[in-house]
Design a protein around this ligand. Structure first.
Ligand code: NAP
Length: 514
């Protein structure tokens, strides 16, 4: 697969992806005076999901102060739930301020990587040539590859079609008959935004989502002045939001608590929807939390407008200028917006990353991704995932997990340096015990007993997406890397001279000594 030419560039660390995980890792490396790294980014700009999702109304459903890096606080958030543009701007700003930009290689899509036993390096193939790296950090994000559903006739549609994560801003929706497929976290944000301008909005709902009020509001200038004047205040607000959000984990484990939250969601529904026929379409038929709990103040009201129809009879065929549903009705359509989500448990790269025994990630996973700490894998030396298997969250900021994982990565680098090792990977039995523990803790949660099929579940039906506990337990465990769980070797470490990340001169250093 990977054919490196003599011109391939060697770096100590290659990071795939420039979203929060990639940029956060880069900042922490620079803080440790590690400059010998690159970020391989497939797009022409940095920002990950906050670059790609630019649909109208895109915003974070986690409170702003919690959805920022603890080592780059931002007193300037304009709303309690930040809009996409501000989060993207924040990421670009901190990347610039912290000196990350010279390390980013834009339009370098990683096509594959394999471990070379001879040189003890990852050989990485990108759309712009080869790289080799002593360590490979996969920070590509679980929600980066959009799903285009296999709907009958979709290819024959003559109007405009785009995915919510690839919004076509050149297409004017004004006065158009628009079909939206999907009612997940993305759809509920853009439906209220486009509803006032379109002629007709056919909303194809397969499963009704649970929706709670968001209670978003502008943050006043006087509040921002206070935050500017005191980092302690920002940290207090962040701490308050952290504790509040951790409470939201309880309904996932205790189904009795879930029923209480359902009661709140139904009150929210009843306060908005008076038409009994529409209400009956919008009442979910599974336990709250089984799929991601959505928050919105304007989605339900937008469904009551005369130009909106919620279609629950399924799509039987897409014709060149219309969509036919299960009740036989054909709705003339000018544009289809696919709000059909991503492929978090089946990453496109998985068949193309091969470890030291030649097997790919996809072969090892056999449809169900696993990793020690959701980060490292036996037979894949020096490979680290950020937001890898079982480290997603349904209740709070994933940046908490990302930060914990970045610190774990730093501890692994420390371990290698202390032992003078060129490779590190988890012991096979440590990985197996870790995964067994995750699966045991997953039992009885709303994701396994909640009566729904969500994107958290993989092809085998296992929840390989979420961390089955509050974030405090993951943070505690990630912070102290258990050396007994990792194997290192004692081969000389191959590193660049520190001149620049693109420097191709290679120096063989003796093992580090403590
Ligand atoms: P999603 O939650 O996976 O929702 C996809 C929607 O498309 C679901 O309603 C699904 O129905 C429907 N769907 C999929 N295939 C279909 C088909 N063949 N026919 C009909 N309907 C189909 O995707 P998303 O809304 O893009 O959100 C994905 C994740 O992104 C979220 O869960 C969240 O983690 C993240 N997100 C976060 C924010 C934020 O504010 N932080 C905002 C947006 C997204 P079923 O439910 O029946 O499968």
């Amino acid at each position: 697969m990977t054919h490196l030419s003599d011109e391939s560039t060697h770096v100590r660390i290659a990071i795939i992806g420039s979203g929060f995980a990639g940029i956060g890792t880069a900042i922490r490396l620079l803080q440790r005076s590690i400059h010998d790294f690159v970020i391989l980014e497939r797009a022409a700009a940095l920002g990950g999901t906050w670059r790609d999702n630019s649909y109208p109304g895109c915003a974070c459903d986690v409170p702003s102060h919690l959805y920022s890096l603890s080592f780059a606080l931002n007193p300037e958030w304009s709303r309690t739930f930040s809009p996409q543009g501000e989060i993207w701007e924040y990421l670009r700003r901190i990347a610039k301020e912290q000196g990350v930009l010279p390390h980013v290689r834009y339009q370098h899509e990683v096509l594959g990587a394999e471990w070379d036993r001879e040189t003890q390096r990852w050989l990485i193939e990108t759309t712009q040539g080869g790289y080799s790296a002593s360590m490979l950090v996969v920070a590509a994000g679980p929600l980066s590859d959009p799903v285009v559903p296999a709907l009958p006739g979709l290819a024959s549609f003559e109007g405009t079609t785009f995915h919510s994560a690839r919004w076509d801003h050149n297409y004017d929706l004004t006065g158009k008959r628009v079909a939206v497929i999907g009612t997940g976290a993305s759809a509920i944000q853009f439906v209220p935004q486009i509803q006032p301008t379109v002629a007709a909005l056919h909303l194809f709902q397969r499963t009704a989502p649970w929706i709670l009020p968001r209670k978003d509001r502008a943050i006043d200038e006087w509040e921002r002045r206070l935050y500017r004047s005191s980092t302690t205040l920002q940290r207090l607000m962040r701490g308050w939001q952290y504790v509040g959000r951790e409470m939201l984990f309880f309904p996932f484990r205790h189904l009795g608590v879930a029923r209480l939250i359902e009661h709140m969601a139904l009150r929210h529904l009843d306060a908005t929807i008076t038409d009994p026929a529409l209400r009956s379409k919008l009442v979910p038929n599974y336990r709250i939390g089984c799929k991601r709990i959505l928050v919105s103040d304007d989605y339900l009201p937008s469904l009551t407008r005369p130009n909106v129809e919620v279609v629950t009879t399924g799509i039987t065929e897409i014709r060149p200028q219309a969509i036919r549903s299960g009740d036989g009705v054909e709705r003339p359509t000018d544009a289809i917006i696919l709000a059909t989500g991503f492929r978090p448990t089946d990453p496109l790269l998985a068949p193309h990353v091969r470890g030291r025994d030649g097997r790919s990630l996809a072969e090892c996973w056999a449809g169900s991704p696993t990793a020690y700490m959701g980060m490292t894998m036996s037979t894949f030396p020096n490979l680290f995932f950020l937001l890898g298997p079982n480290t997603g969250l349904g209740h709070t900021s994933v940046l908490i997990m990302i930060e914990a994982q970045i610190e774990h990565l730093m501890r692994a680098i420390d371990l290698m340096e202390r032992r003078g090792a060129s490779t590190v990977e988890p012991r096979v039995e440590a990985q197996a015990a870790y995964v067994a523990d995750i699966d045991r803790r997953m039992q009885g949660t709303v994701w396994t007993a909640g009566g729904c099929r969500s994107w958290y579940l993989d092809a085998t039906g296992r929840n390989s997406s979420l961390w089955p506990d509050g974030t405090w337990s993951y943070r505690r465990r990630a912070a102290r890397l258990d050396e007994r769980d990792y194997i290192t070797d004692a081969a000389p470490i191959v590193r660049l001279t520190p001149a620049s990340a693109r420097d191709t001169r290679v120096t063989v250093h003796p093992p580090f000594r403590t």
